[in-house]
Design a protein around this ligand. Structure first.
Ligand code: ADP
Ligand code: MG
Length: 696
């Protein structure tokens, strides 16, 4: 058996492979492109392409694909083989620099939010040399950006790369003022991926899971997550085998899979990698999700990545751990004495200001119909964006804002009261799971993103907003006479003006929304409430000023967001109607029939038998059936009206305001019937069965 270091990255055309396989000059030229974002010469590309192809073929690849991330957020690929016919009727394997650098897929079937008319179906994919090519499924995958014929970004990667450049440029300016001359600052991301695993046989019996990724019906199990035994609990053997294979597949792809454990809800788990540069971390996360789904099949399982597969237990998120680093230097590391670390304070102030000024955009970046079930549901942070900084930093910030003295705390030693146990220093940030944006020692953890999301949107906003604040700071500080005094004054002023975004209390409490409103923070409860914020002048200007998204590109994303919301809700409503009509109502009727004939048979024996139980069950079911039937009729009408509304925003609003409450009513009645109906009559695997792996 191979060791982990041997298999790690074996399917990736990474730096080591490039160095080994490319002529020195070519390697140097490519490295320049990767490190400094310089354009790649076609003659260099030809050599790289040929080396890539040889390497890929040796590893069993027959095809290549430009692997990209259209506005759906998932990844797309169209495979072309390397074959090239020869005059003697055979083939040779070929791959040119042109094919490596640029592809021309038909873009007409991808969402474009009006950016591309169907008649101009052409789109371009362009190689992102800063993310390594890799092999999966006998195909050489080349990470690419995707844009329209007229050059607008039709994907999630392009704006992300632009935002990384923006934050790098501005952070370098600030570092220069501190005497550090660096050419690149990178934003880094570590994405903690939560997921559920269910039995494949159960899954196949649930049309809702198949079509929508979540259960649209199902009453809560007698036992949910209240015993708090699943989190970090012993991993079930079938799951453990699954996790081992996932790790191995990810390692081959050069993904730094590190941590795995059971999560809070039964059947819920988490995988976290070691962090890396944002774009490769996101490519890695997208691949992780794909591998997680594929490997599950082999173990008789299905991996659910939806934000809320089951009502009544926690949903799944994807925590976005984020920082910015110069080579070998994490700029958000406070060191031992944060108050004396002016560089840290400047970057911290920039993040505080960015999160406060662009809280609405951050909220938009995590808005999706699936995530609407999580945010604010006492299992995930509320829809109000605020920051948690922990006690020590809170004191530092208070002192800065009030221009007061700050006394350095000796790090408190924690004494566990047992001589044999080591004494360790208390961390300078505690955990606050109720905060959406928490400082966790040397990085921020944005906890609002949903499990199914492509993290590009989140990080595009974060990077660009921080770039904007750093630019403002650099503009001011570059002309200052006394840099240090000016920087300190700027930090103080910034903190004073944006302190309202900091909240160290309980984000789940009832008082918080009231307090947040007093502070003037946004509380955008649903996707439909959030999306229009993208179009505000301030937000369009931010994206445009840094060349991240033009106003047209922003508008396209707004349209795609609304369209996606309505489509998802429409599918959910239709699935509910289908299941209610074809599965649930017939099940209820069968049981009713059995009860009715039991009652009449019993009465035919003796009319004095009261048949109380049978009658009561029958009456309850009949009542549920009537409510279901009414809800079905209402849902039919409301869905159609919402879908047919020509105004995209009004259509989405109608789904949110009118359709969802009827769906809730239909579900409640069906779930009630499930509790009454005989087990062998109920056509769907129950929550107990799915969450607790109960086998027939
Ligand atoms: P938690 O206790 O929050 O569940 P995990 O260990 O599961 O912590 O995940 C923390 C994540 O944060 C990991 O992916 C880790 O690599 C990442 N991380 C650590 N430092 C940084 C950093 N400087 N920038 C970005 N991510 C980081
Ligand atoms: Mg974790």
């Amino acid at each position: 058996m191979s060791t982990v270091p041997e298999i790690f990255g074996s399917m990736v055309f990474n730096d080591a492979t490039m160095r080994q396989r490319l002529p020195k000059e070519t390697y140097k030229a490519l490295k320049k492109t990767i490190d400094n974002g310089e354009a790649l010469d076609i003659s260099v590309a030809n050599v790289v392409a040929n080396a890539m192809k040889d390497w890929a073929c040796e590893h069993g690849a027959t095809h290549y694909t430009h692997w990209f991330q259209p506005l759906t957020g998932i990844t797309s690929e169209k495979h072309d083989s390397f074959i090239q016919p020869t005059s003697d009727g055979g083939v040779i394997m070929e791959f040119s620099g042109k094919e490596l650098i640029k592809g021309e897929p038909d873009a007409s079937s991808f969402p474009s939010g009006g950016l591309r008319a169907t008649c101009e179906a052409r789109g371009y994919t362009a190689w992102d040399p800063t993310s390594y090519a890799f092999i999966k499924d006998d195909t050489l995958c080349i990470p690419t950006a995707f844009c329209s014929y007229t050059g607008e970004a039709l994907d999630k990667k392009t704006p992300l790369l632009r935002s990384m450049d923006a934050v790098s440029t501005q952070a370098c300016r600030i570092l220069k003022l501190f005497g550090l001359d660096v050419s690149r600052v990178s934003s880094t991301v570590g994405a903690e991926q939560e997921y559920f695993l269910v039995d494949k046989e159960d899954y196949k019996k649930r049309r809702d899971l198949i079509l929508t990724g979540r259960t649209l019906f199902g009453c809560p199990p007698a036992k949910g997550q209240e015993m708090e035994e699943h989190y970090f609990g012993v991993i079930r053997p079938v799951v453990s085998d699954y996790m081992k294979e996932v790790d191995e597949e990810l390692w081959k792809l050069g993904i730094l899979a590190k941590t795995k454990h059971n999560e809070v809800a039964p059947a819920q788990h988490e995988l976290a990698p070691v962090f890396s540069t944002t774009n490769s971390a996101i490519d890695g996360n997208l691949l992780t999700m794909e591998v997680m789904k594929k490997v599950a099949e082999k173990h008789g399982l299905v991996c659910l990545l939806h934000e809320k597969p089951f009502a009544g237990v926690n949903g799944s998120g994807k925590h976005n751990n984020w920082s910015i680093s110069a080579p070998g230097l994490n700029l958000l590391d406070p060191g031992k004495k944060p108050m004396e670390n002016l560089r840290f304070l400047v970057f911290l102030a920039a993040v505080i200001k960015a999160v406060d000024e662009y809280q609405d955009l951050l909220r938009v970046s995590v808005a999706s119909p699936g995530n609407d079930h999580r945010l604010g549901a006492n299992e995930a942070p509320p829809a109000i964006i605020s920051m948690f900084v922990g006690d020590e930093l809170a004191e530092v910030i208070d002192a800065l804002a009030d221009d007061a003295e700050y006394h350095v705390h000796e790090r408190e030693k924690m004494d566990l009261g047992v001589a044999a146990l080591p004494k360790f220093s208390k961390d300078n940030t505690d955990r606050n799971r109720t905060s959406p944006f928490a400082f966790t020692g040397n990085k921020f953890e944005f906890r609002a993103p949903g499990s199914n999301m492509n993290l590009s949107d989140v990080n595009t906003v974060l990077n660009t907003a921080v770039a904007k604040e750093l630019r403002e700071f650099a503009d001011e500080l570059e002309t200052a006479e006394n840099f240090e005094a000016a920087a300190m004054a700027l930090v103080k002023k910034t903190v004073k003006e944006h302190k309202r975004i900091i909240f160290n209390g309980n984000g789940y409490s009832e008082e918080w929304p009231v307090e947040a409103e007093k502070r003037g923070l946004c509380n955008l409860k649903s996707t439909v409430d959030a999306l229009p914020c993208m179009l505000s002048e301030k937000n369009v200007k931010l994206m445009n000023d840094f060349g991240v998204l033009s106003p047209t590109e922003v508008h396209a994303r707004y349209e795609v967001g609304l369209e996606n919301y309505s489509k998802v809700l429409n599918i959910e409503a239709l699935t509910m109607l289908e299941m209610a009509n074809q599965q649930i109502v017939p099940a209820i009727i069968s049981y009713e029939k059995q009860l009715a004939s039991t009652i009449s048979e019993m009465h035919s024996v003796s009319s004095s038998i009261p048949c109380k139980t049978e009658t009561h069950q029958l009456e309850t079911l009949a009542e549920c059936a009537d409510t279901i039937s009414d809800a079905i009729s209402e849902l039919r009408v409301a869905r159609k009206a919402a879908k047919n509304d020509p105004d995209p925003l009004e259509s989405a609003r109608a789904f949110h305001d009118v359709v969802i409450p009827i769906m809730d009513k239909l579900r409640a009645a069906a779930d009630h019937a499930e509790q009454v109906c005989g087990e062998e009559f109920w056509p769907l695997p129950t929550y107990t069965q799915m969450l607790w792996y109960v086998k027939d």
